[in-house]
Design a binder for this molecule. Structure first.
Ligand code: UT7
Length: 345
């Protein structure tokens, strides 16, 4: 059985920087740089321009990952696209990316398999695990896994929406997962979910049990009005915060237990970037030294499915992540869903 390793990584952040102060200066939101920075660690995030979709952000990240792996897009056998901000309700974003990668151009079209994963903040780890399973089964040799989000299209920039709007940013991170006979790669992954908490962090935009599925009020003959509560994401921040800490520690310990290693043997921890206080608390509880727990939430905010591959790519490029290292990844988010993984890089 081949091993599945990460042969390449790439990322893309849209150029427009949006600083904490701008919520107040541009939208008159009742918030401040101090509040956001102290409660979350975020200083700024990037927002994509109007007209840019998640598959557009995914494209340069994917191209960079494919190049880093020493491959061309035609070498990819499967595209897995993790996002909560899909280009459209359907079809999935992976098919848009497939076309943008040029796989359908010219004579020799490559009808590579496309799969969308809707697991929000843990979407990347669910996708990585799925990619590795395909590789280990022998079905595929190279799987592109991309997490990309365009949150800025669905944030409520009024004071009513401040708890959520100030947290999220746009961006994309991608990896190529490849087959190898070398003794390295993804050693284990743990995925979990607790649907009892599905309502604690959600976007109610549509409810397929209703007729029509988007509530447009009582006047169904006219254009209707969408209520703000269903247009914007809703979060019970404190419940999410508490569960994130518990589940992330548990998932990390489960992975270490499986590998029969202590967390001290791990060289680098790539944590989901939802709130710096969550990650600092976990690091403190486990006694992890700061240099082993890199962070980029300061600059990007929470990019949901993109946080871990983005951080992975940054660490790889600046030398913090090197071949031979033992890496642990962990994420938690809406669902609730969570995941962890240990990789011998
Ligand atoms: O990726 C996974 C998904 N998300 C997360 O993991 C996020 C988890 N939760 C959190 O990170 C934190 O709960 C938040 C950052 C969202 C909120 O921090 P908190 O320390 O739990 O604050 P809070 O919700 O208890 O709010 C305290 C006060 C409230 O005002 P009152 O009711 O005390 O008057 C909020 O309305 O802070 C207010 N507040 C704000 N004030 C200024 C909430 N958001 C803001 C804001 N600016 N952006």
């Amino acid at each position: 059985m081949p091993n599945a390793y990460i042969s390449g990584a790439g990322s893309y952040i849209p150029p427009l920087v949006f600083k904490n102060d701008e919520f107040k200066t541009k939208y008159d939101m009742d918030t401040s740089h101090e509040w956001i920075e102290q409660r979350t660690g975020i200083q700024e995030r990037h927002f994509a321009e109007r007209g840019v979709a998640s598959s557009d952000l995914a494209l340069p990240a994917s191209q960079a990952a494919i190049k880093d792996a020493g491959l061309v897009p035609e070498d990819i056998d499967l595209i897995i696209f993790a996002t909560l901000s899909a280009d459209k309700a359907f079809p999935g974003s992976a098919v848009y990316l497939q076309k943008k990668l040029g796989l359908l151009d010219g004579e020799s079209k490559k009808f590579v398999a496309c799969l969308d994963v809707r697991n929000q903040c843990s979407g990347f780890l669910y996708s990585l695990s799925t990619a590795a399973a395909f590789i280990k089964s022998g079905q595929y040799k190279h799987v592109l896994v991309v997490g990309a989000e365009t949150h800025s299209a669905a944030l409520d920039f009024t004071t009513r929406g401040r708890t959520v709007a100030t947290l999220f940013g746009d961006g994309a991170g991608a990896v190529v997962v490849s087959a190898t006979e070398e003794d390295r790669g993804l050693r284990c992954s743990f995925l979990g979910a607790d649907g009892r908490y599905a309502e604690e962090l959600k976007l109610d935009l549509w409810n397929i049990a209703e007729r029509p599925y988007v509530d447009i009020g009582n006047d169904r003959s006219g254009p209707g009005t969408v209520r703000p509560e269903i247009l914007w994401p809703q979060m019970n921040g404190k419940v999410v915060f508490k569960n994130a800490i518990e589940r992330m520690i548990m998932a990390l310990m489960q992975a270490c237990w499986d590998q029969k290693i202590s967390h001290e043997e791990i060289d680098l921890f790539l944590f989901h970037q939802a709130n710096k206080r969550i990650n600092d608390y976990i690091a403190e509880q486990l006694g992890l030294p700061a240099h082993k727990v890199p962070s980029n939430i300061e600059r990007y905010g929470n990019t949901t499915a993109a946080t871990i591959p983005l951080l992975m790519d940054e660490c790889k490029r600046d030398g913090r992540l090197k071949k031979g290292m033992k890496v642990a990844c962990v994420a938690f988010g809406s669902g609730f869903t969570w995941g962890s993984a240990i990789i011998d890089w």
